[in-house]
Write a protein that binds this ligand. Structure first.
Ligand SMILES: Nc1ncnc2c1ncn2[C@@H]1O[C@H](COP(=O)(O)OP(=O)(O)O)[C@@H](O)[C@H]1O
Ligand SMILES: [Mg+2]
Length: 277
């Protein structure tokens, strides 16, 4: 078996003044609430072990505060762990020098955020091309590429608009085009559709599925919505209070929810969506 594309081993993240001082209690299994009450440290993640294969949509799901954003921010080291290891495509990301880390962030991964994160004073095309300008790509190829991705997200004609002139759905298409424009292998998507109206959201999900069929990126997609997870995910990991509760194919989650927390998600699923997929 080849090594997994992304491997997370024994990952812990404790927020607070002296994370190491509470690690024994964290490892010992004391609850997140008790640790917070007694030590003012917040458990972000507790002993996460995950293998993610190349070329699928890997969904991370859980309620608000369960550690989803904390987990994916470790992948590009926006957050450093208290303990643990992350290996991506053979690279131990915690061992990267500052310079290599910058290169890794620019070329290997791109991120799509819930609140779009577009630069308000730049036009649509400048926003999309921004990552390439950081990479040092010349203006002509930048604009050519950015136009290509603008078309791919069906926003041809909007190049000179400013973000504020676009609807939420259109802004997130720009966010997606910007992420795709750098040719990164890995897309980190942190609740990218959660701020959108249901209809627009459903269109965006369809567009992501169509793009992914062509592009075969490795997509890490965060959601708190199991319907969305089932529609998009080739695998789904469920987090609760910073712990990985269950991981598997959508049908594993649906047919064999491991505990009441997962069962509660499953109970609320629109069954029609599941049988149709
Ligand atoms: N910078 C931080 N400082 C302190 N606590 C944090 C910080 N970031 C996240 N947390 C805590 O870590 C937990 C997980 O947060 P987060 O990853 O944002 O959850 P999610 O994305 O699933 O909503 C929460 O309890 C949150 O309060
Ligand atoms: Mg979050």
């Amino acid at each position: 078996m080849p090594d997994p594309f992304i491997q997370v081993e024994g990952l812990y993240k404790v927020f607070g003044a002296r994370p190491q001082s509470v690690m024994d209690q964290v490892r010992g299994g004391k609850s997140k609430d008790n640790i917070l009450a007694e030590t003012s440290h917040a458990i972000g993640l507790r002993n996460i072990n995950l293998s993610i294969d190349k070329g699928g949509i890997f969904v991370i799901m859980g309620l608000s505060g369960s550690g989803k954003s904390t987990l994916i921010r470790h992948f590009n080291r926006l957050i450093d762990p208290t303990e643990g290891r992350i290996v991506i495509d053979g690279v131990d990301v915690l061992a990267l020098t500052q310079k290599d880390l910058e290169k890794f962030r620019r070329h290997k991964m791109s991120m799509v955020f819930q609140q779009f994160g577009l630069m308000p004073h730049k036009t649509v095309i400048e926003n999309i091309a921004y990552g390439l300008s950081i990479q040092g790509v010349n203006k002509k190829s930048r604009v050519e590429k950015a136009r290509h991705w603008l078309e791919a997200v069906e926003l041809g004609g909007y190049e000179d608009q400013y973000p504020i002139q676009l609807s939420g759905g259109q802004q997130q298409r720009v966010g997606l085009a910007r992420a795709l424009c750098t040719d990164a292998d890995i897309l980190l998507m942190d609740e990218p559709f959660s701020a959108l109206d249901p209809l627009i959201r459903s269109e965006m999900q369809g567009q992501l599925i169509r793009l992914q069929e062509k592009l075969q990126k490795t997509i890490i997609f965060i959601t708190h919505d199991l319907d969305e997870a089932l529609l998009l995910g080739s695998r789904i990991a469920i987090l609760k209070d910073g712990e990985l509760i269950q991981e598997g194919e959508p049908k594993d989650i649906m047919l064999n929810p491991i505990d009441d927390y997962v069962a509660a998600f499953v109970k609320n699923v629109k069954r029609a969506n599941f049988s149709a997929s």
